[in-house]
Design a protein around this ligand. Structure first.
Ligand code: HEC
Length: 118
């Protein structure tokens, strides 16, 4: 019985030790993956699903094509401005569907990092 208790306490402490947030949610705070951001894995999927329908290669809206890494990188100042506007602002991009906070954060951190093509 005594051993059983000792082992139980040991297991309890072990499980507490492993139940920390980093191990359970290895994606940074609030479930938003902000670690080791990659152009291919994080950035391109946002741009292709939320922007490229209008900012494609053939006569893009606003004369701004966001199809290649170079184009997305070069548009940094404008993109940062437009995705951060308030809902209802006619300059917001996408206009009626502000990006989730996590995607805005990922784009900003990636730009802060020099917009690597990784
Ligand atoms: C439904 C179509 C549509 C979608 C989706 C869209 N845009 Fe736009 N975008 C436009 C139109 C139309 C303009 C030109 C009018 C204006 O400047 O607001 C524009 C203009 C812009 C400009 C300004 C270009 C310049 O040279 O001044 C930027 C930057 C921009 N969009 C970024 C984005 C980003 C980033 C996304 C995705 C997160 C996005 N847009 C999604 C239609 C769209």
């Amino acid at each position: 019985m005594r051993y059983f208790l000792v082992i139980s306490v040991f297991l309890l402490l072990q499980s507490c030790y492993y139940d920390n947030e980093q191990d359970l949610y290895p994606v940074g705070s609030g479930g938003c993956d902000t670690l080791n951001l990659s152009y291919q894995t994080h950035i391109l999927p946002i741009i292709s699903s939320k922007c490229q329908s209008c900012h494609g290669s053939v006569s893009p809206n606003g004369s701004l094509s966001l199809m290649t890494h170079a184009q997305i990188k070069a548009a940094e100042v404008k993109v940062r401005d437009r995705i951060n506007r308030s809902p209802g602002d006619p300059q917001l991009m996408p206009k009626t569907d502000k990006l989730p906070a996590c995607q805005i954060r990922q784009l900003e951190l990636w730009y802060n990092d020099g917009a690597p093509n990784n």
